[in-house]
Write a protein that binds this ligand. Structure first.
Ligand code: CAA
Length: 258
């Protein structure tokens, strides 16, 4: 399959839907697929007309992990020189909100990819797990850190040490997913949520995402400083003036994105 079809992109107004499209390999995240995903994400991030991005998977998986066949014979130097996993950080660095619509298996790097997104919706058929231990490695794209912050150290430790998968309902109960939807309505639910966020002033959305992310990635002191800086900064935006004036004048705000 050529690189152009590894990730399919559908644009619906301000919402981009990116579909991982390697269903015969359960969307295993080969270097080519990751590169294609990064290209699409960075394109969306730089396109002012797109405000929210949804990532989902074709077939019965969201993604069943990094491509084991591409890594099986690798040496540490191969991993280092090809930058096999480090470049995944560019996925987490996208400034616009990214919603994961997890339609099936989200295992290993697939679970880590979902956790790089900002909101996770799961189909009733989704399964989450970090099964790397079963193949002699550990999570390498953030699983030990993001999963621990998302569901707590004891549950994360059990998942990482046993490699056991959890159902969508368990993931919901653990706080890993925002909500669980019937498989047929997963994408529509993601679309609805994306459209709601897309209607908000984009500068505030961007700075809100950055501040909430800081809670998981920095100390409370640094996070509070980022929040306050972003809060003050938004008073330079036209949308802050418009949003507050519209509230006072009891009308709907007309946001310009400036
Ligand atoms: N890499 C490469 N190929 C994969 C894959 C992966 N992670 N996961 C599935 N596939 C391929 C299978 O090899 C198979 O291909 P063939 O038809 O050519 O044999 C095809 O997808 C379908 O898979 P199965 O026949 O295994 O399907 P199943 O329904 O019996 O099992 C599954 C589904 C439980 C998800 C099983 O495929 C599985 O356990 N996959 C591997 C999960 C895993 O270990 N992920 C972690 C990878 S390492 C990682 O992600 C590191 C990191 O932190 C970044």
């Amino acid at each position: 399959m050529s690189d152009e079809t590894l990730v399919l992109s559908t644009i619906e107004g301000p919402v981009a839907i990116l579909t991982l499209n390697r269903p015969q390999a359960l969307n295993a995240l080969s270097p080519a697929l990751i590169d294609a995903l990064i290209r699409h994400l960075e394109h969306c991030d730089n396109d002012d007309t797109i405000r929210v991005i949804i990532i989902t998977g074709a077939g019965r998986a969201f993604a069943a992990g990094a491509d084991i066949k591409a890594m099986a014979d690798a040496t540490p130097i191969d991993m280092l020189t090809t930058d096999m996993i480090a470049r995944w950080a560019r996925i987490a660095a996208v400034r616009k909100p990214v919603i994961a619509a997890v339609n099936g298996f989200a295992l290993g790097g697939g679970c880590e990819l979902a956790m790089m997104c900002d909101i996770i919706l799961a189909s009733e058929t989704a399964q989450f797990g970090q099964p790397e231990i079963n193949i002699g490695i550990i999570p390498g794209a953030g699983g030990t850190q993001r999963l621990t912050r998302a569901i707590g150290p004891y549950r994360a430790m059990e998942m990482v040490l046993t490699g056991a998968t959890i159902s969508a309902q368990e993931a919901y109960a653990y706080g890993l997913v925002n909500r669980v939807c019937p498989p047929d309505s997963l994408l529509d639910e993601a679309r609805r949520l994306a459209q709601t966020i897309a209607a908000k002033p984009p500068l505030a959305v961007r700075l809100a995402k950055e501040a909430v992310r800081a809670a998981a990635e920095t100390t409370v002191r640094e996070g509070l400083a980022i929040e306050l800086r972003n809060f003050y900064l938004l008073f330079a935006s036209a949308d802050q003036k418009e949003g507050m004036r519209a509230f006072i004048e009891k009308r709907t705000a007309n946001f310009s994105g400036r």
